[in-house]
Design a protein around this ligand. Structure first.
Ligand SMILES: Cc1cc2nc3c(=O)[nH]c(=O)nc-3n(C[C@H](O)[C@H](O)[C@H](O)COP(=O)(O)OP(=O)(O)OC[C@H]3O[C@@H](n4cnc5c(N)ncnc54)[C@H](O)[C@@H]3O)c2cc1C
Length: 385
């Protein structure tokens, strides 16, 4: 991550007094978590002066760059989790994601999110027959247990009969998770920024925090421009970039590369899809395909918080697009981008007090849309205690 500031300078008296005072709480990072935290703080204590400090002209981590899957668990992922975690822990994770999604929908509103419950599908090739059969056997049990969480009687079902309508090639089976949906990521973030500003939160862009030091006098934040500010309390919501500020944090950045096609005439794909146990994912948006993943093909290289795309992953994504997803149309790629996830040894976010005046809300893993609102709100409440 290159410093945002290309030059150093001092704040003038006017700048310091007008734009950096008064601040009761500074939130570092204006992604989903930082904004949900800011809105929660203003809701609980409207008198507080909350300032969000963001290094980018827009949020530039994962929240404006993700795939917009409103998902809480595909079967291969849950079975994999069950091989390493206790069943109650796996169900608690599902419950947290489900509850988090409802919290996001209540906060932002389905219309602002453009939330569509089109379902989440898991695809299985001929070589994956064994794993498909294993998943199929678990459907009744999962439906009972996850149905109790979501209130849906039939969460998972096989829907192989839908395959011809989607137009895929070399896909033999489909399992549908019915209550899953998709959101318009850009509109979600625009709505959250609007809500925060309407509540009186100040958002300052283009300021990268390089270091922070907590003391009895408050927290000193040093910016990439060289000047510092001192604030009473800080919430760190920088997810995959957390190691830059908290050297001991148990967080690994993970880059995810994404493409979007040009509009595809006669596109039949509708919904969110997981391929190769979720290592690849794609969905429809505005008559196009958004496709991402492939990090497992270069796991070490992708363990980075630098943006960018690589030839290896770009060609894997294009091949999947042309041979499996849209083999008839072979759509043209419109553009590429990448985003940065924050991963850990366990699928559990970190929401904790790291020093008397500093709380962190980070490590959202791959389902940050589902848990981001909760993680932000929990961090806000912890800081205000
Ligand atoms: C390509 C991709 C696809 C994804 N798809 C999905 C999906 O479909 N469904 C799902 O649920 N989840 C998905 N995720 C995960 C989800 O997007 C994230 O978990 C979630 O957005 C994390 O939100 P956040 O606010 O914690 O972090 P971020 O959105 O990364 O926000 C952190 C912010 O902190 C800022 N920042 C960092 N360091 C500093 C600093 N030193 N000073 C000032 N500002 C700083 C960054 O610029 C950034 O804006 C995806 C992620 C990626 C990358």
């Amino acid at each position: 991550m290159e410093p945002t500031a290309l030059f150093k300078y001092n704040l003038s008296y006017w700048e310091r007094e007008t734009f950096f005072k008064p601040i009761d709480v500074a939130i570092i990072g204006s992604g989903l978590v930082g904004l949900a935290a800011a809105i929660q703080m203003k809701t609980l204590k409207p008198q507080l002066n909350i300032t969000v400090i963001e290094r980018g002209p827009l949020p530039i981590g994962a929240s404006t760059r993700n795939a917009g899957f409103a998902c809480f668990g595909s079967m291969t992922e849950l079975l994999d989790d069950l091989s390493r975690m206790r069943e109650d822990e796996v169900l608690a994770l599902v419950e947290k994601r489900w509850r988090g999604l409802q919290r996001l929908r209540a906060l932002v509103g389905d219309e602002n999110l453009e939330f569509k419950q089109l379902g989440g599908y898991e695809m299985f090739t001929e070589e994956e027959e064994d794993i498909f059969i294993r998943c199929k056997e678990h459907i009744p049990d999962f439906n009972r247990k996850i149905g109790a969480i979501t209130g849906h009687r039939e969460v998972y079902k096989t829907v192989d009969e839908r395959l011809p309508a989607f137009g895929f090639r070399s896909v033999h089976h489909l399992i549908l998770n019915q209550p899953e949906g998709q959101v318009h990521t850009g509109k979600m973030m625009a709505a959250l920024l609007r809500m925060a500003e309407e509540k009186g939160v100040r958002i300052l862009n283009g300021i990268q925090i390089e270091r922070l030091e907590d003391s009895a006098q408050g927290v000193e934040l040093e910016t990439a421009y060289g000047w510092t500010i001192r604030v009473p309390k800080v919430l760190i919501a920088v997810n995959g970039f957390a190691k830059r500020l908290l050297t001991g944090a148990d967080i690994t950045p993970a880059r995810n590369q994404v493409l979007i096609t040009k509009p595809v005439p006669g596109l039949k794909v509708e919904g969110c899809f997981h391929y190769d146990r979720g290592y690849f994912y794609f969905r429809n948006i505005d008559g196009r395909i958004l496709l991402g993943g492939g990090r497992h093909l270069a796991i070490d290289e992708e363990r980075t918080d630098e943006f960018g795309t690589t030839e290896l992953i770009r060609s894997a994504l294009v091949q999947l697009l042309n041979t499996v997803i849209c083999p008839e149309q072979k759509p043209e790629v419109d553009s590429w981008w990448s985003g940065i996830l924050g991963l850990g040894p366990v699928k559990k976010p970190i929401v904790e007090t790291v020093s008397p005046n500093v709380v962190v809300s980070v490590r959202l893993s791959g389902m940050g849309l589902a848990i981001g609102t909760l993680v932000g709100q929990e961090g806000a409440e912890m800081l205000l205690q």
